[in-house]
Every structure is written in C-alpha cells, then in structure tokens.
Design a protein around this ligand. Structure first.
Ligand code: SF4
Length: 482
C-alpha cells in the first residue's frame, strides 16, 4: 500500500504524480490524519507560507518507519496563479527529493511530470533568460544534464517554425482501427463496432465540418491533420468523402497530413486518393520490426507488410513519410530496438518518431505481467541508442512529449531530416496556435494572451454519442471561436 497525507489536499493528485515516478502503483490512499500505516509506503506532506517564503516538506515512511525527508523553500510569488503554480512545483520537488533520497535512482526528467518539457523550457527562457532556465531545469527540477540538452536542442531546432498570429490548425479524427493495440488507451473502435457505424460517423463528421469555413473566416489554415485511430481503416468511399472535405479546408495550408498508421490498412487505391486530395505527408507505422512482438502487441500485421506499405507510399510520392517506433515493448531488448531503428533509418523516411511505451490504465497492458517488459534501465539504453543512431544518420529531434505511466520516466521524440519537420506536431506539443478539431474525442483549443490562457471545447469520445450530438460539438466550437 502507498498512502499520502498532505496539508493541502488540492495538490493531492499533483503529489501523486511525483510519487508514481518512483512507486509503480495506480492507487494511492488518501490519509485523513498524520497517523502512518505500519505497512507499505506513506508520505506526510506539508506546505507553509511565512515571511515571503513558501516551504514544502515531505517525510517518507517505509513500513511505519521514517526513512527520508526533504524540505524545499522558494520565494513566495505575487499573483494567485503564480502562487498556485509554485505551490504545486514545490510540493512535487520535496516529494521527489525525499523519494530520491530513499530509492537512490535519479530520474532523467527529475521532478517534472508534465507532458510538455520543451514548452516549459521555452517559457522559462522567455521569463528567466537562457541561463536562468538552465538552472531551473538542472538545479530546481533535477533534470539530468543530458535531458536538458535534449530539450534545449529541440527548442533551438524549432526556431523559425512557429506559427504566425493569423494561422490556425485543423484536426480531423477518425476513431477506427482494424484491431486494438495492447498498449492503446485511445477511444478507438474495431470493425465489429464501426463497420455498421462508419457511414453514420462520416455523415456526422461532414455535418460537423460544415461550420469550419465560417469559423476559419479570414485566418489561414497552417496545418491540417487527419489522425485517429487510423484514417485508412475507413472504406475507400468513406475515406474519399473525408479527404474531399478536408482538401477544401487545406487548400492553402502549409502542410496536410494523413496518418495512415497501420500498414494493414494501406492499399495503393487509398494512397492514390490521399495523394489526389493534396495531402503531402503520411505516417506508416512499424512500432517494431519483429513479428513475434507485433503479434504480442495486437498489431496483426507483419514486418514484411510494413515494408510493402512503406514502399507503396514511397512510390505514391509524398513530401514526407513518418515511421513510428516504440521502445519498451514486452519481450524486446535494446538489440531489438536497435535493429528496428537501423532498418527504418535504412528506408530514409523524412521523419522517425521514437516512442517509449506508456502503460495506461485503459490499455490491455495494464493487466499484463510486468516481468515481460524491459526494465527502466534497458529502456533508457534503448532510447539513448536510438537517439545516437538517428543523429549519426542526419536526423534531429524537433518535438517531444511525455505521457503518464511512461516506462523509465522517459519521453516520445520526433526526429526529422533537415527541412522536413511536421509543423502540426510542433504546434500541438508547444501549444502555439488555435486548433479547430472535428470528430469523436477531438479537442479544439483557443489561445488567449499569446497562450497564457487556453480554452478548450472537447467533443464527446463515444461513437454513438458523437453521431447523435455532433451538432452540439459544432455549437461548442462556434461559442469558443466567435
Ligand atoms: S493504431 Fe493507435 S489508435 Fe489504433 S489501436 Fe493502435 S494505438 Fe490505438
């Protein structure tokens, strides 16, 4: 059992994120008093403010005995929002450091638990300058020098690629997949559900898209992205309808991406349709090039099928093809990841994305035997090796993000050949421009005050609910953007 008592219950969930960096548990008991249980781990946390300072203290107990303590003090900021942000940070830092003292394994991203470290670094550089931001990452958040350099290189690589004020992105979601990957936590539907619902879904989506042109108005669509799910899981006729509508919106866009994703959905007919619609980028995702792993993770396609689909895409002629890989899959070692990365590099795709497995609660892996997965140390070595191989082949990391429950507290990173970065990925992860999003589960965002405040309109995830209520989703977007 793992338990937490905090003097500030409003930060309970934030502190739990820091605890889970070290203790692999979904459930953390909320202690109502400071009486410590005699079994398992317990953390007693206090946060106090006095004389212009904020002090967070975390005391860790193992089986009822005090084993580590940390106190972190920071100057009390002025505004209410800043106070709240600093209180969360200080709480997580003291808990992280107490746990680190006991477990003795520093984590690559230190006490950072957010999904956008590069956005944090960029914002920190604006506020504190380069040196101040570096000190914040290294000395306050305890980020490793290697990960700081990685984040810094990404921020630098994004120079000149940020959107203009009058630009926005458009996202269209297709929540269908031919099978469900064992690590999937998205709301995606397999053919047993969507084969009868596809026509209605496409119709609802096209109807929802009716509001797009008016909302876009005089602004420019910078990037249009059709994702999912797997858009190419649609029938030819469904795909044609979606592409046709999307291409009207993408007319002057700087890029138009279709995530083909699963090699087992890719045919030359669908690729030709995608190309004819004006889309200039697609993803063909391998994840691994080992058939036994592909079977284990529920992909139901082989490495040979990936190579065939990739070649078909190459022949069709796109400006950029992305290939996704995952480190940390069950039964795989660093040697497997290295071999997959080398083979994919051999194909010379313009973009390669290296994910680290995240075992989310909604995925089939959440109930799997964890002994089958590589250790955190092995994952860190795999990711490091992939990075080295990609860099020496001329690729550079250009965007990254982290997820909850990532193995080894690592990251997902997109690499690109020079001049081929996907703008949508940068915008999405750095939260740099408004996003007008359509389809089940899609989330529209509008930035205010240059991104200091972000408002969202989230579409319902449930397929049936979306088909019945798409017009409400369009109304919510109008309310957000007008
Ligand atoms: S392809 Fe993506 S969305 Fe589809 S099941 Fe796999 S992880 Fe989920």
């Amino acid at each position: 059992m793992t338990a937490l008592h905090t003097s500030n219950p409003e930060y309970f969930n934030d502190i739990c994120e820091a605890i889970r960096l070290f203790i692999d548990t979904r459930r953390i008991e909320r202690l109502e008093s400071t009486s410590v249980p005699s079994e398992g781990y317990a953390i007693l946390h206090t946060l106090e403010g006095a004389e212009g300072m904020m002090t967070s203290t975390a005391q860790l107990y193992a089986d009822g005995n005090p084993v580590a303590k940390n106190t972190f003090t920071v100057a009390m900021p002025q505004g209410a929002l800043e106070k709240k942000r600093e209180a969360k940070r200080a709480s997580k830092i003291s808990v992280y450091r107490a746990l680190l003292h006991f477990f003795k394994t520093p984590l690559p991203w230190g006490s950072l638990t957010g999904i956008r470290p590069t956005k944090l670094l960029r914002d920190s550089e604006t506020l504190l300058g380069s040196k101040g931001a570096k000190a914040l990452f290294l000395s306050t958040f305890d980020v490793s020098p290697q990960k700081y350099e990685f984040a810094k290189a990404i921020v630098d690589a994004q120079t000149g690629l940020y959107p203009g004020e009058n630009e926005l992105d458009v996202y269209i979601g297709i929540p269908f997949c031919v099978t469900r990957c064992a690590y999937c936590s998205f709301a995606s539907y397999t053919p047993d559900v969507f084969k009868d619902a596809e026509t209605q879904y496409v119709q609802a989506l096209l109807s929802e898209l009716d509001c797009a042109k008016k909302i876009i108005g005089s602004r420019h669509v910078r990037a249009l992205y059709i994702g999912g799910g797997t858009p190419t899981a649609l029938t030819v006729s469904g795909l044609e309808k979606v592409l046709s509508r999307a291409s009207e919106l993408a007319h002057h866009a700087k890029e138009f991406t279709v995530e083909a994703g699963r090699p087992d959905t890719i045919t030359s007919e669908k690729l030709s349709l995608i190309k004819a619609s004006g889309a200039d980028r697609i993803s063909v995702n391998a994840q691994t090039l080992f058939d036994e792993t592909l079977l284990r993770i529920g992909r139901r396609h082989t490495a040979a099928e990936f190579f065939e689909s990739y070649e078909l895409a190459k022949k069709t002629g796109f400006n950029a093809i992305n290939v996704d890989l995952i480190a940390g899959l069950p039964g795989e070692t660093q040697a497997h990841v290295e071999k997959s990365v080398k083979q994919v590099i051999g194909l010379k795709p313009e973009n390669i994305t290296v994910h680290t497995l995240a075992v989310k609660r909604a995925s089939a892996f959440a109930a799997a035997n964890m002994d089958a997965f590589p250790t955190d140390k092995q994952n860190a070595q795999s990711v490091e090796k992939a990075h080295e191989l990609l860099e020496s082949a001329g690729y550079r990391a250009y965007y990254m993000y982290r997820q909850k429950y990532m193995k080894g507290s690592l990251e997902n990173a997109g690499y690109t050949q020079p001049g081929k970065a996907c703008l949508y990925n940068i915008d999405n992860m750095e939260e740099l421009c408004d996003v007008l999003a359509f389809g089940a589960g899609a989330i529209s965002k509008r930035l205010f005050l240059g991104g200091v405040r972000i408002e969202r309109a989230a579409n319902v995830k449930d397929l049936k609910g979306y088909i019945e209520r798409y017009s409400e989703m369009a109304d919510a977007k109008r309310a957000l953007f007008y």
